[in-house]
Design a protein around this ligand. Sequence first.
Ligand code: APR
Length: 248
Amino acid sequence: MDDLQTVRGWLEQAPRLCVLTGAGMSAESGVPTFRDALTGLWARHDPQQLATEAGFRSDPQLVWDWYGSRREGVARAEPNAGHRALAAWQAAHPERLTLVTQNVDDLHQRAGSTDVICLHGALFEDRWIDPCAREVRGEPACDPARAEPGRPPRCGECGNLVRPGVVWFGEALPGRALQAAEDAASDCELMLVVGTAGAVYPAAGLPALARQAGARVVVLNPQPSELDRGAHVVLRGTAAQLLPQLLG
Ligand code: APR
């Protein structure tokens, strides 16, 4: 029996499936991955300048414009067959799938996946760079969506700047999302790890957590990754090729 059939058999026997996705999940939708040598976003920019609080504070307009270009790129992209296969499987097997993503695009959600655990925030969400002065006084915080237009938008009352609602290097992950992801990894019988280099923690630690808890771990990636070694099976292929074959 080949690896794909083996994993399909495991899937049928697994009451709880956890899927961890990374930037490779969206590659076939035309959204560049971070570490792709040809089109990777980091290859063209210094991540320390673009994806950190210090980088934003030193040049808010550059960082805001870069995220603006990413938002435009994602808005033009469509979910691929891999996104759709995950959403269809979740709909057909309620309560069995927990989807955890490192991606900040909204392609899983646009494909129909629900209750997606977003470890690194969301590209289309805005938040304030500093605590809102009203909130500090115990009043309702100002709404970033009502900020004065600009690059970046700014609070008309106190000058607070709007920043993208993503997790930057050096920032803590949203605690509830990380806890939910760790719970799902520890409770599943099967984990699929799709399209991630496994280079960034704590997300990259979830497959080991699943394995330690007795789950089978399967990596889906066209290239070798740092998570291959800890996997029971590695399926060499892309998200849009493999997920429909596996879940269909
Ligand atoms: N299908 C599946 N996997 C793919 C595909 C594809 N079509 N194309 C590329 N890949 C794989 C690559 O082989 C690589 O292993 O996707 C992975 C992408 O790796 P990265 O670009 O490092 O993305 P990711 O692992 O998600 O990065 C994790 O690091 O940059 C930070 O916060 C950012 O969430 C990101 C985190």
